[in-house]
Design a protein around this ligand. Structure first.
Ligand SMILES: [Zn+2]
Length: 190
């Protein structure tokens, strides 16, 4: 009996839904939503505001990337790292710096001349954004991941030629992938 009633109720609701869609024929379909608004994001990583970074990251990674911390100078694992490959955002895996842009600045943090994807001075195809930051005591520029807003470090104008840029980046904000693993691996999906 109750099953029958439920079935009747469902029928009524369906009818009502049909009637409503007739009244509003141009309603946007539910599935018509952008999955990701970031341009040029090739990674399969999904980031949204509900991501629990504290669960996803180590305490050190969390403090640096999500709370704008800075690792101790000369403490980072990538300071003297010279392998060929790509440094990715530790939070969302976006490629940030190529090993080819890395150099020794002598400051105690990994340094890069330019972000991966930089074309002359154009950074629109990189995975970073710059933001004014006065927390260092002087007017500075913070470097963040364009995809997930992770704090990576700062950029200064005292770098080597030809860019004159010094990206001073925390090791814990990065994860390194040697070049062999960066190549598209067609067998990886299986
Ligand atoms: Zn990121």
């Amino acid at each position: 009996m109750s099953r029958f009633a439920a079935r009747r109720l469902f029928t009524v609701v369906s009818h009502r839904a049909t009637a409503r869609s007739r009244v509003l024929p141009r309603r946007t379909p539910v599935f018509f939503r952008p999955v990701c608004t970031s341009q040029g994001l090739l990674s399969l990583t999904r980031y949204d505001e509900t991501t629990d970074w504290q669960k996803k990251l180590t305490p050190e990674q969390y403090v640096v990337t999500r709370e704008k911390g800075t690792e101790e100078p000369f403490s980072g694992i990538y300071l003297n790292h010279s392998e060929v490959g790509m440094y990715h955002c530790v939070c969302c895996d976006s490629p940030i710096f190529s090993s080819e842009a890395k150099y020794d600045s002598g400051t105690g943090w990994p340094a890069f001349k330019e972000a991966h994807g930089t074309w002359e001075r154009d950074e629109s195809h990189t995975s970073i954004i710059r933001r004014p930051d006065n927390s260092l005591g002087t007017a500075g520029t913070e470097v963040l991941c364009k995809t997930c807003d992770a704090h990576l470090g700062h950029v200064f104008e005292d770098g080597p030629d030809p860019t004159g840029q010094r990206f001073c980046i925390n090791s814990v904000a990065l994860t390194f992938k040697p070049r062999e693993n960066v190549k598209p691996d067609l067998g990886k999906e299986h």
